[in-house]
Every structure is written in C-alpha cells, then in structure tokens.
Design a protein around this ligand. Structure first.
Ligand SMILES: O=C(O)CCC(=O)C(=O)O
Ligand SMILES: [Fe+2]
Length: 335
C-alpha cells in the first residue's frame, strides 16, 4: 500500500530502546514541546534513511490522507489498559507517548491540546471507559465518520488569536487491540468524486455552523463557515461530523445530506487495524475517520483495546493559537 511503511522488528526495537532511555525523565503532560524535539532528533538518528525519506515524502504531500507505520515501536512493557478516562500512573506508557510525539514532529507537526477538552490533557486515552455512563457510551459506540475538532477554524480561514483552530493532523498509536478492531478512514478526494459540482459549490459556501465534539467540556460553536475549503496547497480540506455540523439554509442542508450519503455509501472505506506498536498519522483536512462499535468486546481486565491519540499543528499555524502561559502546549479558546 502506498501509504504504508513497515519497520523491521530490529528497527522497532531500536525505537523502543532509544526512547525508553529518555522518556522516564520527561512528563509529556508537563513539557511535551521539549520532549517532542528530543524524540524527533533521536528518531532521525536511528531510523534508516530510506524509511525517513518515505515518511517525509508522504508527509510533505499536502493531499496525502494518512501514513501508517507498522511495527513503529516494539512495545516491551505496558501497564494495564486503564478502565476510566485517566492516564495510568506508571511511567512505562510514556515511551509510546514520546514515540508518537517524535513521529508527529518528524512529519512537521507540533503537539497541542485544548484546555476545554479533558482539562488540557495532551495524550488522549482511547479505550473502553466505565467511569460513568456517558464515557462508557462514548468510548464503546460506533464512531461515525468525522474530523477531529470539527468546531475549529483552518489556517486558511485566518482566525484571530483566541479562536478555536482545528489540528491539521492527529496521531494514533496502537497499544492493545485483542479483537482487531479497525479504525476506518476515507480519503476526501474519493468522496468528492461522487459529488456533483453544484453540491461541492454549496458545501464551499459559509452556510454552516459546527459545535464541539462530546469530549469537550464546553460548547464552542463556530458560525458561518463552509464544510469544504480550498487549502493553501491547492487541494480541498473539510470539516465534517454528522451530528456536529449543521446547515443554515435549505441549499446547504441538501448538500450536507448528499455529502453524508456519499461518505456512508463510499466504496473506498479503508480499515486500519492498529496492532500494538503500529502508528497512524491522519491528515485531519483530507480524510474523514471513524471506528466500528466496540460494545461487547470490553472486559475491563486490563487487556482491552487501547490507543493513544495526540493532535498536531503545522508550525505556520502555531502563532494563531492562544496558549496557557505556564503550559505552552495547552490551547485556550476565548469565550
Ligand atoms: O478508536 C479509534 O480507532 C478511533 C478513535 C477516534 O476516532 C476518536 O477517538 O476520535
Ligand atoms: Fe476521531
């Protein structure tokens, strides 16, 4: 597959051993910017040149939808999968976190999080959670196709500082996946091919609003935005969620309906099963992603499916973000 890179087991072990030696000294929740730089420099030294070139080639192609790196990290030890929305106490899962930070940085992105989402936690835990009914449902249900932080502006929309900005990419790293449950994705260009020019042009008009996803603690709405927006690289980008994007008039509503139909009936859905140590960087402008239901697979025995997720921003976008003075990776959105 053209977006897939496969690391040898010795390469994956080298990544683990190298990052394991530094990760214990850094807490990615306190100073991820320093950690991502260190992890990046180390990864650059130990990853074979041909692999590095391939990663950067895919990352530099504005229109590529994703990169998968199989066996990126040969996981040597791991705490039990958490059963609530909290990070495990043990430091041993910091090695995967630093690996994902370094990889995001290799693709030209710096990690950030939102004060309004899980109190600014950088490294999101994706696993079945049972701390309350709401998180149980959210963490086990089928996730329809969406983009992350759908209520964020794009760099191309020149938002003022303090407005929400959607990450250009996000990274997922597989830690456990005993039932082989897939993350799903569809490249936007595939979806656009099945829409008429009229529908595309209606989706490009600023006749929509978008509201924060359920993991946010606060409702943040952006109004009068389009669903499709030309990116500076020349291609098209989108914001999409069936439940969080709404149309302001009949033409917009009909176009949104057509888009939903094209997404849900797409013949180009890719199923990516993230096995332990596999990394996936998704372009959050040029693809939609989702996941099948995991209801019924959860056992809460410490061995459940577990991914970590981190948002990444291009360096050109960073000056548009208002961040906490004491934690420069945490984005604050003005009320
Ligand atoms: O669980 C997955 O595979 C994807 C999760 C996801 O899309 C999300 O947490 O937003
Ligand atoms: Fe998602």
């Amino acid at each position: 597959m053209q977006n897939e890179i496969i690391f040898s087991s010795s390469q994956g072990r080298k990544v683990w051993n190298t990052l394991d030696s530094i990760a214990h000294n850094y807490d990615q929740e306190k100073n991820p910017i320093e950690l991502e730089n260190i992890a990046h420099d180390l990864l650059k030294k130990i990853i074979d040149d041909s692999m590095l070139k391939k990663i950067q080639e895919i990352a530099n192609n504005e229109m590529s939808s994703h990169i998968i790196i199989r066996n990126f990290l040969a996981i040597q030890s791991l705490p039990y999968t958490p059963t609530d929305d909290c990070s495990p106490d043990s430091v041993s899962w910091r090695t995967p976190a630093s690996a994902l930070l370094g990889l995001l940085r290799l693709t030209g992105h710096s990690a950030r999080s939102f004060m309004d989402e899980m109190n600014g936690r950088l490294c999101h835990m994706v696993m079945p959670a049972r701390n309350n009914e709401k998180s149980f449902l959210r963490s086990t249900k089928k996730l329809g196709f969406h983009t992350e932080v759908v209520n964020g502006y794009f760099y191309e929309e020149s938002p003022c500082i303090g407005k929400p900005v959607s990450p250009e990419v996000f990274g997922l790293l597989g830690l456990r996946n005993p039932d082989g449950i897939a993350t799903t994705l569809i490249p936007l260009e595939r979806v656009l091919k099945s829409l008429t020019p009229d529908v595309i042009s209606a989706l490009m008009k600023p006749n929509f609003c978008a509201i924060s996803q359920s993991s946010f603690d606060r409702e943040i709405i952006i109004k009068d935005v389009p669903v499709l927006k030309k990116l500076h690289g020349g291609g098209m980008g989108l914001r999409y969620s069936r439940s969080k994007v709404m149309a302001n008039n009949t033409e917009a509503s009909e176009a949104l309906h057509q888009l939903t139909d094209a997404i849900n009936h797409s013949e180009h859905i890719e199923q990516v099963v993230l096995n332990p140590g596999d990394a996936l960087i998704l372009n959050n402008r040029t693809c939609v992603h989702g996941r099948g239901s995991i209801t019924g697979t959860q056992k809460f025995d410490g061995m459940d499916r577990w991914l970590i997720r981190i948002y990444g921003y291009k360096f050109a976008t960073l000056p548009m973000l208002k961040t906490l003075p004491e934690k420069k990776h945490v984005i604050m959105v003005d009320i």
